[in-house]
Design a protein around this ligand. Structure first.
Ligand code: N01
Length: 556
């Protein structure tokens, strides 16, 4: 990894645009805006670029969207040159790709690393945002773009006794960069979401003993990863631009799968079983697309869910452990489907124990480990695979105040409200990339990122060309969008699960379905129409009269 561009000192400075975050969103946003002549500064809390792929370094971490699709499409030479080594890329490979992009497009010179933003305050008279870093530096800009990621605020539940525990503590979303050697150690893992399901097999292979604390069993399908072949790579690269366009414009998730035009109940049970089996053997989330009603019709969903439960029963040797691993109580896919390598098989190892903490929850940490149902468990290390304060957590961690000093915390106290997931009423000139109310986490997030970045870049050019000083959603347009996001979600099975999509994993967080489920194809058309109609639903205010011209952006 190239690390030559360490923190650029921030000091007191002024830019056209400040971007918070140097992950996939922030890097592409910087590239686009710099190319348009805007002066831009990116502030990144981490000591290098990469965002989620910089922090989530736990053993087994890899992407569950195929690497040929989980990558930027904005530059033909980049997508032709880069070579992925596996069907599903590992975290280190994705991080080296991100570093390659930062170097290839000479992005580092406009990025301040080790720079965590503590507050962002809007000055109505100056129509300017001032961001203050944790170290006290101030950066002013006409536009502020939050590229802070949907799953970046790692969360450890508030267990009593955290300070008492004398062993090592880790969170999957904040993994030590030097790695951890668990050889011979007694290790406890709390959680069975996507992160845990990936981390458990390699940690079990190394640890002396691994105990998994499961509150909610999850559905997981096998990845069946393989080394990239020239033939598969070329099947994409031969026609990359057209395939990317298809993913963007013709799919709901921004990912090309083998889609079906049939409902699950339109075929007989044996046909269904064969189709599920075929997809199970192929591996990956393609399983979810066996029929077109799995996420909207409970009876259809039950057929797929029961197939997976059958696979768990067939894989896990101990019937009691198998029973405890069976997901019931939420539809398959209503919590994000997990994609694993040897997850269920790992419970056949002698050094792995599953503990159900649904009926007897974790009471506290002790000096030596955990207390559950009055019983003490001792560990050398405890791994919290307990997820994130998703979608809103990273924004919540910044004290954001907009028009009239109103805070984002107050504005979102009953759940996040935005127009198109891009802007928030009362917070002029503040954009979020893949914010709540946009497809974001329900899509191949790079497809969503590129769409948002392009839309925002076009918007800023429009504002500049038309002498517009501020842009902000109209309250009515925002209310209509929030209602639409909610209404579409309730046509599906998603709200039936206590998921992080609903904010249900954070005690006290208002339960609303946060991402837009209408599909990236539909959503893109809506965003394009809004722009084509002169930014329908946004209030655009010109620079004040008296001959004051809008401040020019550097080179436009
Ligand atoms: O987090 P999670 P994650 N006591 O919130 C449990 C993406 N991702 O980091 O379900 C006991 O899914 C909690 O239990 P419950 C992906 O979008 C992608 O695993 O709330 N347990 C759950 O089991 C994913 O969805 C990739 O009952 C407690 C777990 O902790 C998202 O990140 C890889 C508890 C948290 O699961 C988040 O995944 C990894 C408590 N008090 C992640 N509190 C890929 O691309 C929480 N839990 C492959």
């Amino acid at each position: 990894m190239t690390t030559e561009a360490k923190a650029v000192p921030v000091g007191e400075s002024r830019f056209d645009v400040v971007i918070v975050g140097a992950g996939f969103s922030g890097l592409y946003m910087l590239h686009r805006l710099r190319g348009l002549g805007f002066s831009v500064r990116v502030c990144e809390a981490g000591s290098d670029v990469g965002g989620t792929w910089f922090w989530n370094r736990y053993p087994g971490a890899r992407c569950d969207v195929e690497s040929m699709q989980y990558s930027y499409s904005f530059d033909e030479a980049l997508q032709q040159d880069w070579r992925w080594s596996e069907r599903f890329a590992t975290q280190p490979e994705i991080l080296s790709y991100i570093n390659h992009v930062a170097d290839r497009f000479d992005l580092r010179r406009d990025i301040s690393l080790d720079t965590r933003i503590a507050s962002a305050t809007y000055d109505e008279d100056a129509a300017e945002w001032t961001l203050t870093t944790q170290a006290g530096a101030r950066i002013a800009a006409r536009f502020c773009i939050m590229a802070t990621g949907c799953l970046s605020a790692a969360r450890i539940p508030d267990f009593p006794g955290m300070a008492d525990y004398r062993g090592s503590v880790f969170h999957t979303g904040h993994w030590p960069h030097e790695g951890v050697d668990f050889s011979g150690l007694s290790v406890g893992v709390i959680g069975t979401g996507s992160s845990a399901i990936q981390a458990i097999p390699p940690i079990a292979a190394q640890a002396g003993h691994l105990t998994v604390f499961q509150r909610t069993p999850n559905f997981s399908v096998p990845a069946r990863n393989w080394a990239m072949t020239d033939a598969y790579e070329q099947s994409w690269k031969r026609d990359y631009a057209a395939l990317r366009r298809r993913a963007r414009e013709e799919t709901r998730s921004g990912t090309i799968y083998e889609f079906s035009d049939k409902g699950a109940l339109a075929v007989d049970a044996e046909t269904r079983r064969r189709e599920y089996e075929r997809r199970w053997q192929q591996g990956g989330a393609n399983f979810m697309h066996a029929y077109n009603d799995i996420l909207v019709d409970k009876a259809a969903n039950d057929t797929a869910a029961e197939f997976v439960r059958g696979k768990i029963r067939a894989t896990v040797a101990d019937p009691q452990t198998a029973e405890a691993l069976l997901p019931h109580g939420h539809p398959l896919g209503a919590k994000r489907i997990c994609v694993d390598t040897d997850y269920y098989e790992t419970f056949n190892r002698d050094n792995v124990t599953l503990v159900d903490v649904r009926r007897a929850p974790i009471e506290r940490l002790t000096q030596d480990g955990l207390r559950i149902g009055g019983r003490d468990y001792a560990f050398d290390a405890i791994i919290f695979a307990t997820g994130f304060d998703a979608m809103t957590g990273a924004l919540d961690a910044i004290a954001i105040s907009g028009r009239g000093g109103a805070t984002l915390k107050e504005a979102w106290s009953a759940g996040p409200r935005s127009y198109l997931g891009l802007m928030i009423a009362g917070f002029p000139n503040l954009f979020s990339v893949t914010g709540p109310g946009s497809p974001s986490v329900l899509s191949n997030v790079i497809v969503s990122i590129e769409q948002h970045v392009d839309w925002i870049a076009d918007c800023l050019v429009h504002l500049h060309r038309h002498g517009v000083r501020t842009i902000e959603p109209e309250q009515a347009a925002q209310d209509d969008w929030v209602a639409h996001v909610n209404e579409v979600a309730h046509r599906t099975l998603y709200p039936q699960a206590n998921s992080w999509y609903m904010g249900a994993n954070v005690p006290g967080k208002t339960r609303v379905f946060m991402p837009y489920i209408g599909g990236v194809n539909v959503y893109r058309r809506i965003c394009d129409e809004v722009a084509a109609e002169g930014y329908r639903g946004f209030r655009l205010a010109a620079a004040p009269a008296l001959g004051i011209k809008p401040e020019p952006c550097a080179a436009l």
